[in-house]
Ligand binder design. Structure first.
Ligand SMILES: [Zn+2]
Length: 265
């Protein structure tokens, strides 16, 4: 019993610590502070993305996508990708690029493995009306959504990375008008079909199990910016598991894809 309570307490502390990492400043204000009438919350979507299947038994085709939101580089995952020669698509923010020049250099030295795409400038959700998502303030206007997307791309070009073609916003949630705006800027929007690491907050065992169970045509999302979280250990193990199963790893630029909520059509 005590062990269960201890484990629960540890989990709660881990989760709050994890959110503290992600969200340094933007905790939601208590509702009582604001007597002003509230605009209705925007309808948000969290789009799915699938890739064309291989349809070859024993060789499921899977696209691994990783978000580099802010913070540091997870060498457990990156070194496994390089050692096992596993291709992947990495979504980077301007903030993360600035802090992790060694990881960026490693990406650029392995262009056969890494496709780099746009995760925004400041890791602000691409929602064009004001709201909070997991406690993070949305961009809040079409202009701010545009700035988040353009700022991310500009930082990539400045770091010597080829121009991005895919965008994935912070929290992977959008409103439909922001999706339309980002599509009009020439981007495809990257949803996913397997949530590998629960925002990097899951344990190693469950993370490994989720990712290793990816099926033909799946797009997996997980994170490469939380080297102190247990989830990354599970991600690294799952990469080896998938490779042993004969998985065909592809990057988003290598295959046909289908996204819902008008994210790719
Ligand atoms: Zn992110």
């Amino acid at each position: 019993m005590n062990r269960i309570l201890l484990a629960l307490a540890f989990l709660l502390v881990s989760i709050s610590a994890a959110f503290a990492d992600e969200i340094p400043s933007a905790l939601p204000a208590p509702a009582v502070v604001s007597p002003a009438p509230k605009a209705p919350a925007p309808k948000l979507v969290e789009p799915h993305l699938h890739i064309a299947r291989s349809n070859i038994a024993g060789h499921a085709r899977v696209a691994l996508t990783f978000d580099a939101c802010m913070g540091q580089a997870d060498e457990r995952i990156l070194s496994t990708l390089v050692r096992e020669r596993i291709p992947a698509t990495i979504f980077v923010t301007a903030r993360w690029l600035k802090r992790n020049p060694a990881a960026v250099a490693m990406f650029l030295q392995n262009p056969d493995l890494f496709e780099l795409e746009n995760h925004g400038q400041n890791h602000i959700p691409a929602v064009d009306t004001p709201t909070l998502i997991y406690g993070i303030a949305s961009a809040g206007s079409p202009q701010a959504v545009r700035q988040e997307v353009e700022g991310g791309a500009a930082a990539m070009l400045a770091a010597g990375i080829p121009a991005p073609h895919w965008f994935r916003g912070s929290t992977a949630k959008y409103d439909l008008s922001a999706i339309g705006e980002i599509r009009a800027m020439g981007y495809r929007i990257a949803g996913y079909s397997v949530n590998g690491d629960g925002g990097s907050l899951l344990g190693a065992v469950i993370t490994e199990k989720r990712i290793a169970s990816a099926k033909d045509g799946d797009v997996v999302i997980s994170h490469v910016n939380q080297p102190t979280h247990a989830a990354g250990e599970g991600v690294a193990k799952a990469l080896v598991d998938l490779k042993a199963k004969g998985t065909e790893f592809v990057r988003l630029e290598d295959v046909e894809d289908t996204g819902d909520d008008k994210t790719t059509e």
